[in-house]
Design a protein around this ligand. Structure first.
Ligand SMILES: C[S@@+](CC[C@H](N)C(=O)[O-])C[C@H]1O[C@@H](n2cnc3c(N)ncnc32)[C@H](O)[C@@H]1O
Length: 209
């Protein structure tokens, strides 16, 4: 894995979510092979449906945008390809992506999160465990503070496609996996480029041949 220098915006996140945070445990279990159940989906959907109105105001600031912008600048991503955002929420990622990439589709499990997102790209309500898109359809997939569904990422990304993984509060993000664990959870062999920006970090991951 290549580690680039910190972006000038980099600062340490305030202490927020420890290793025992329930979403942290769910993130790790999901990434490393626990089955995703209807119960999980309903639980997570309820959490974010209830937070949607506040989220649309509290989670769209420059510090949150910094790692996404920096990943697009330095992460060797295909800006002119087809992009998917998974767990797009109230549009923190779409606000950065939509002006910079050619084609973007946003998806989320929570209808309320999608309803509170700006109309910058098509928004599709779908569970990331079984997304309604053809195999190898996307050049890039953005995942910000969202659970990792490794087999769906692998299924949907073209052979030279790129996963962009962002945790905007670094290791204090409730839904957190460090870059090495993301690379390890994906099926097959993947290489990565990573850097810190804002209070978070980004990873761009591509298959190794
Ligand atoms: C922590 S929020 C992050 C939202 C947005 N990416 C952001 O950074 O503001 C996690 C988002 O992932 C969505 N999510 C969680 N599990 C999901 C699943 N299985 N399929 C699709 N979206 C999911 C939630 O509804 C929520 O909008």
């Amino acid at each position: 894995m290549i580690e680039l220098s910190d972006h000038p915006t980099t600062s340490d996140p305030a202490a927020f979510a420890g290793a025992d945070h329930p979403l942290r445990q769910l993130t790790r279990a999901q990434a490393f092979g626990e089955p995703w159940t209807e119960h999980d989906a309903l639980r997570v959907q309820k959490i974010f449906d209830e937070r949607a109105a506040a989220w649309s105001e509290d989670h769209v600031d420059p510090i949150k945008a910094a790692p996404v912008d920096d990943a697009l600048d330095r992460g060797r991503v295909p800006l002119d390809g087809a992009w998917l955002e998974v767990g797009s929420g109230t549009g923190a990622g779409a606000r950065v992506l939509a002006p910079r990439v050619t084609r973007l589709v946003c998806t989320d499990l929570s209808e309320q999160m999608l309803l509170h997102a700006p109309d910058l790209a098509p928004r599709v309500r779908a569970d990331a465990s079984a997304l309604p898109f053809a195999d190898y359809h996307f050049n890039a997939i953005l995942v910000i503070n969202m659970l990792l569904f490794p087999s769906e990422i692998d299924r949907l990304l073209r052979s030279d496609g790129v996963l962009v993984w962002v945790n905007t509060l670094g290791d204090q993000t409730p839904i957190h996996l460090p870059p090495a664990d993301v690379l390890g959870a994906l099926p097959g062999q993947w290489s990565g480029i990573t850097a810190r920006a804002g209070t978070g970090f980004w990873l761009t991951a591509r298959r190794r041949f």
